[in-house]
Design a protein around this ligand. Sequence first.
Ligand SMILES: NC(=O)c1ccc[n+]([C@@H]2O[C@H](COP(=O)([O-])OP(=O)(O)OC[C@H]3O[C@@H](n4cnc5c(N)ncnc54)[C@H](OP(=O)(O)O)[C@@H]3O)[C@@H](O)[C@H]2O)c1
Length: 335
Amino acid sequence: MRNSNRQWILRKRPTGDIQPGDLELVDSPIPDPGPNQFLARTIYLSLDPTNRIWMSDIEQYMPPVGLGEVMRGGTLSVVVRSNNPAYEPGDIVSGIAGWQEYAVMDFAQKLPKTGVPLPAYMSVLGMTGATAYFGLLDIGQPKSGETVVVSAAAGAVGSIVGQIAKIKGCRVVGIAGSDEKCKHVVKDFGFDACINYKTEDVAKALKRECPNGIDVDFENVGGTIFEAVLDNINMKARIALCGMISGYNSEGQMSGPANFSMLLMKRARVEGFIIIDYFPRMGEFMADMAGWVASGKVKYDTTIVKGMENALSALNMLFTGGNTGKLLIQASEEP
Ligand SMILES: NC(=O)c1ccc[n+]([C@@H]2O[C@H](COP(=O)([O-])OP(=O)(O)OC[C@H]3O[C@@H](n4cnc5c(N)ncnc54)[C@H](OP(=O)(O)O)[C@@H]3O)[C@@H](O)[C@H]2O)c1
């Protein structure tokens, strides 16, 4: 056990790309759990595009992280000491312990002891998988034979969306930032095609790869990629607006597509969603996804960077495309 607790503190609200001084790594004493609390050691920290949103003070779905506070982040931890009868040392828990090596917690979700690799609970069997599942099935409502487009296709959420859409019998076209990522989602995850947005005219390539038009768009990126998709939607298309990562580093609120009128012309529906609203339905997701993962129908990637000290530089990988699949910090060894 370390004798101090490294924590990342938010010092400044970033303007544009996150800069090294926006967060500070500090050494603090390991805290003691109070009555009914437990001390948890972080094993994995989830790095998410939304971390950048939480650092800003734009209108958002959770309060922004306060200046001087430990950065918020999803975690998978092991209980090391407990004053709460519901938790005992050795329990593995998932929660929001933040960007720190140790945290005192009142509540976290206990994970079953199943032999499933722990990173799966931070990706395909966690929030990432649930985002793909509910966004695609609840909002996108794909039907067999329809065409589904997914941006950030080799990322954590996108790679799973495409595989679920294949299970539902759809033609699946991904959009990603390199030939290597494109090859990977086609060869390993069964996408029908993938467009490298850095080397192709996306609107033209979508016309080629979606000869019957686009029925469902799982939108992870926004900006010009979203516009290219809108140029190719069918009547009554459904757009699950999951994220707009291309705008997260810009100042103020993100702007919408210049061709917004396509929604009117095509009588299409766009619906934003935030996964926290689906928490009461997590059982539904687990029932399907656990089976798909166990049978190999859904595969997942992780990019794991070791050391809490690397959290800030690793976060930038999400904006440069340095990750494939779910990006995690491994803060300490698995027990
Ligand atoms: N609504 C919700 O509840 C919810 C929950 C989770 C995630 N999300 C959203 O889902 C999206 C994906 O999240 P994730 O966790 O799965 O991350 P991810 O896809 O694993 O990583 C982000 C990827 O986005 C791509 N990207 C970054 N900047 C881009 C740009 N300017 N243009 C085009 N592509 C860009 C990069 O891939 P390339 O190499 O392909 O560029 C990067 O690898 C994000 O928008 C996130 O905010 C929403």
